[in-house]
Design a binder for this molecule. Structure first.
Ligand code: HMG
Ligand code: MG
Length: 299
């Protein structure tokens, strides 16, 4: 009952690098994105047009985006929290953006300085303008499973914000396990509740952080439920600067290894991807946390 093909939404250059202590030079980021494209990834989240004080690691978005905008056959979505961010993205001719909501009040405050509903109100004009410009909009929803301040997050609370994001025009959702506490049963329960609320698996992607080592098991549960868009980060880079207990995302290599074994097509060349993450680990001065990168790269 598994899909024949999966689209990987690569977040290493954004979710990964936003959380690194070292600020990676712009040219290195551009090289990273190019190498990811060369490895066969076709959706590569490039950067964020957020306040540079909030995420200094991505303060070079204006410099980076033009260096990669010529990549053919690759979508380069960027995060925009508000109209100011959308203006910045549109001025560089970005064609895909993502807004990012929270299922919990604590994280909405920490990440966006807003309540959940104030953040949704901030996104509404972003969606209206993006739609008018023919720009594709992804709606992230953080803390779908657990929250570091509030504990387990009730499923109906998550469903409500998912519906609000789709109602305002988001083309797809990404369900974030920001701190990596989800387990497969919880994933199935949320996807079932969404379906019962009229939100099919085709409309959602999943975004697992691997804090408790559950990301692959959670992905398998989502695949069984019909989800075909999986977020992952090359080399397992990542975290979130505004959620203390968040560690890296599911590593793209670990995901590709599992999908290859299941006979599911991703279009990714695993050897090239591993070489890219090994190279990036060298740039960051620390080994990749991905098991697959470690197993396949030569010392
Ligand atoms: P605020 O302080 O409430 O902003 O922050 P404001 O609206 O009051 O504006 C204050 C100043 O910021 C103004 O400048 C604005 O122009 C400026 P001033 O008039 O004082 O000179 N400003 C901006 N500058 C540049 N770009 C902008 C922008 N917006 C306002 N876009 C704000 C509100 C949303 C801006 C802030 O909270 C912010 O930037 N937050 C971003 C946080 C972030 O990027 N977090 C990480 C991404 S989310 C994530 O990682 C989770 C995810 O991976 C999924 C998962 O794992 O769950 C997606
Ligand atoms: Mg994330």
């Amino acid at each position: 009952n598994l899909p024949a093909r999966v689209r990987i939404h690569e977040v290493g250059a954004r979710d990964g690098l936003q959380n690194e202590k070292t600020t990676v030079p712009t040219e290195v980021k551009a090289e990273f994105v190019r190498r990811l494209a060369d490895a066969g990834l076709t959706t590569i989240e490039a950067t964020s047009f957020v306040h540079p004080k909030w995420v200094p690691q991505l303060a070079d978005a204006e410099q980076l985006f033009p260096l990669i905008a010529d990549l053919r056959g690759v979508h380069l979505p960027v995060l925009v929290p508000n109209e100011r961010g959308l203006d910045r993205a549109l001025s560089l001719s970005a064609t895909r953006v993502a807004v990012f909501a929270s299922a919990t009040e604590s994280f909405a405050k920490a990440n966006l300085n807003r309540t959940v509903d104030e953040a949704l109100a901030m996104f509404e004009p972003v969606l209206a303008r993006a739609k008018a410009e023919g720009v594709h909009v992804r709606g992230y929803l953080s803390m779908c499973f657990g929250d570091p301040w509030e504990g387990e997050v009730p499923v109906p609370q998550v469903v409500r914000v998912c519906k609000a994001l789709l109602d305002m025009g988001c083309d797809e959702l990404s369900l974030g396990d920001t701190i990596g506490v989800a387990t497969p049963g919880h994933v199935t329960a949320l996807l079932t509740a969404l379906e019962e609320a009229g939100i099919p698996a085709a409309a959602v992607g999943v975004h697992f952080h691997d804090t408790y080592g559950q990301a692959l098991a959670n992905t398998y549960a989502a695949l069984e439920h019909g989800v075909t868009t999986i977020d992952a980060s090359a080399g397992g880079l990542g975290g979130c600067p505004y959620a203390k207990s968040a560690t890296g995302n599911l590593a793209t290599e670990d995901l590709v290894w599992m999908l290859q074994g299941l006979g599911i097509d991703t279009g990714v060349d695993l050897g090239r991807l591993v070489a890219t993450s090994a190279w990036m680990a060298g740039q960051l001065g620390r080994p990749s946390p991905s098991r697959t990168v470690r197993a396949l790269s030569h010392k």
